[in-house]
Design a protein around this ligand. Structure first.
Ligand code: ZN
Ligand code: ZN
Length: 158
């Protein structure tokens, strides 16, 4: 964050105030706070989850009928470049999440489902990882097999 962001509240806000905050972040980067960009950021904030482009488009379209899928693609690409959203590989698809909300990922390699985790326990874990590795750990991207996938797994190489 640059000094120009000093007036932006670090606390996640919702509704109109989120749009105002998102617009301020875009402008702090010298970017235009277009409706399309604010719509995508708003939708991801509302969903509180990672969505693929089709999912983002579906939600944007209920607010602004007639929005083009290609517009959403372009907008997401730009927001990725700006670091305001991040991509998560989920199988062949990429799901996108808001980078403004501090969270970490636990992804199932079987079904691709991602759970976002936050909280004091995670903060403590990151601190511990930092001590162990001498790295200031900013984000965690853990992988494994969820309960449902563990149940369906059969040993392949006997
Ligand atoms: Zn995420
Ligand atoms: Zn799974």
């Amino acid at each position: 964050m640059s000094e120009r962001d000093a007036t932006v509240s670090p606390r996640p806000a919702h509704g109109d105030s989120f749009r105002v905050r998102a617009a301020a972040l875009l402008r702090a980067d010298g970017e235009r706070a277009t409706e399309a960009r604010l719509d995508v950021l708003d939708v991801l904030d509302d969903a509180g989850a990672h969505l693929n482009v089709a999912g983002i488009h579906r939600r944007v379209e209920t607010r602004r009928p007639g929005t083009n899928l290609s517009t959403v693609y372009r907008t997401v690409d730009r927001l990725l470049e700006l670091g305001l959203v991040h991509g998560l590989q989920a199988g062949v698809e990429t799901a996108y999440g808001l980078s403004l909300a501090d969270h970490h990922h636990v992804t199932c390699d079987g079904c691709g489902r991602t759970v976002s985790v936050t909280g004091a326990d995670v903060a403590e874990l990151l601190e511990r990882l930092g001590e162990l590795t001498g790295t200031r750990v900013r984000a965690l991207d853990a992988h494994g097999l969820c309960a449902a996938c563990r149940d369906s797994v059969r040993p392949r190489d006997a």
